[in-house]
Design a protein around this ligand. Structure first.
Ligand code: PLP
Length: 422
């Protein structure tokens, strides 16, 4: 199912007209399709059903508790990278025994919280981190499960900012040192080395890079086995691509499954996957209103009421998102070409799209920025003292506010003026 479709030239999310939501709560706002999120999750589950993997949704891609709750109810696990994400998952009713804690810079407080909550495992990225978990495990008299995040040095052919499994990236334990580090970790009294993990990047369009990374982990797992270390889990990470441009091909999950299932069976491990974007990306959109249209010498500017503060990906990675009208107009109307869709923020990087074409759009019209369910709201900021947008979840004909629009008082709430200034 496509989460967003036109019915009589009006754009709908499931069975809700986006114009109706805009009339009720104003703009900009994020909107997500519940059914599409669940379908995307179930597609992965079904494709890998032969080995029943633990599908640990990557919370960094979208951390709204209503979304986490939706996935927890389907049996999802969660990949978290901070104490904050861990708390969110627990608040949303996620099971601690399905939580995996990743990240290169875990603080002692975060490790302690995770140990106390009895999470399934840590993905360990360095020896000093292993020693920290060992120390806290000792304090609590617990043996803590860990997997080693290996940097397999494979090139996933994606944007350099979202490549994480190459030699020069900060993530994971270098492939060359991995056996030695594994032996050391396995020798620690309060750690149980239960798995190997690799996450090589995001928006990876071909399964080949994932397969190559898993082949490397298999070699290491076999070496460890021959020295008496039996692993229970093998974690492929996330990174499965979505189609930001219609002509792009869908990620070939079946092809990945055909190669990975036998490998996992051979190792006798349980597979863990950490998809984020694949589950929520296409299920979400940002709806915004045109404020002005400015015709400059070189370009046209469609100035809208959302900005890089609402959707950072275009400014950060030059990411492309389709931008479509919420109400499609007669095609004979005025054509605006070479148009940049920009926000009100005082930065030249503040754009949502560049060099676009629109037919017959006017100030006051609504535009929809598609495929923004992942790394959209979670990267928002209050720069320029802009309140964050609300988030809405649609299911069938009903819609629910799952995060309210911020107000100026929310932005200033934690600030204090010292006495000497009063
Ligand atoms: N796992 C780890 C360790 C990550 O760093 C990320 C994102 O960068 C993911 C999973 C999720 O990636 P994606 O949203 O591309 O599936």
């Amino acid at each position: 199912m496509s989460a967003f479709t036109y019915i009589d030239n009006h754009l709908y999310c499931e069975k809700v007209n986006l114009k109706k939501i805009a009339q009720a709560i104003g703009t900009p706002f994020y909107v997500y399709s519940y059914t599409s999120i669940i379908e995307n999750f179930k597609r992965i589950k079904k494709t890998f059903s032969a080995i029943s993997p633990l599908i640990a949704f990557s919370v960094k891609s979208n951390s709204n508790r209503a979304i986490l709750r939706s996935l927890a109810r389907e049996g999802a696990g969660f990949d978290v990278v901070s104490g904050g994400e861990l708390q969110r998952v627990l608040q949303a009713g996620g099971s601690p025994q399905k939580i995996i804690f990743a990240g290169v810079g875990k603080t002692p407080d975060e490790v302690e919280l995770a140990v106390k909550k009895n999470i399934l495992m840590f993905n360990v990225e360095s020896l000093p981190e292993a020693y920290l978990i060992e120390e806290i495990g000792r304090l609590y008299g617990r043996k803590q499960n860990v997997a080693l995040r290996i940097n397999p040095d494979v090139d996933p052919d994606t944007h350099r900012y979202i490549t994480t499994g190459k030699k020069e990236n900060k993530f994971g334990i270098p492939w060359e040192e991995s056996e030695e580090v594994a032996q050391e970790v396995a020798s620690l009294e309060h750690l149980a080395l239960v798995g190997l993990h690799s996450h090589i990047g995001s928006q990876i369009t071909s399964p080949e890079a994932h397969i190559l990374a898993m082949e490397r982990l298999r070699i290491l797992a076999k070496k460890l086995k021959s020295s008496g270390i039996e692993l229970k889990y093998i974690n492929i990470g996330g990174g499965f691509s979505i189609q930001y441009v219609e002509k792009e091909k869908p990620y070939k999950l079946e092809k990945l499954a055909a190669r990975i299932i036998p490998l996992v069976k051979e190792l006798g491990c349980r597979l863990i996957m950490e998809p984020g974007r694949y589950i929520v990306g296409p299920a979400g959109a940002l709806v915004t209103r045109v404020l002005f249209i400015k015709n400059a010498v070189e370009k046209n500017f469609v100035i809208v009421d959302s900005a890089m503060t609402d959707l950072l990906r275009p400014a950060l990675y030059g990411a492309y998102h389709r931008i479509v009208p919420v109400v499609r107009r007669n095609s004979s109307r005025r054509l605006i070409e070479n148009a940049d869709v920009v926000g009100p923020v005082c930065e030249s990087a503040d754009f949502l799209g560049q060099n676009r074409r629109f037919r017959g759009i006017n100030p006051g019209d609504l535009l929809c920025v598609l495929d923004t369910g992942a790394y959209g709201f979670v990267m928002t900021s209050q720069y320029n003292s802009r309140p964050r947008s609300p988030e809405v979840l649609v299911r069938g004909t009903r819609w629910f506010i799952i995060r309210e629009r911020e107000r100026i008082k929310d932005i200033t709430r934690l600030e204090q003026v010292p006495d000497f200034l009063i």
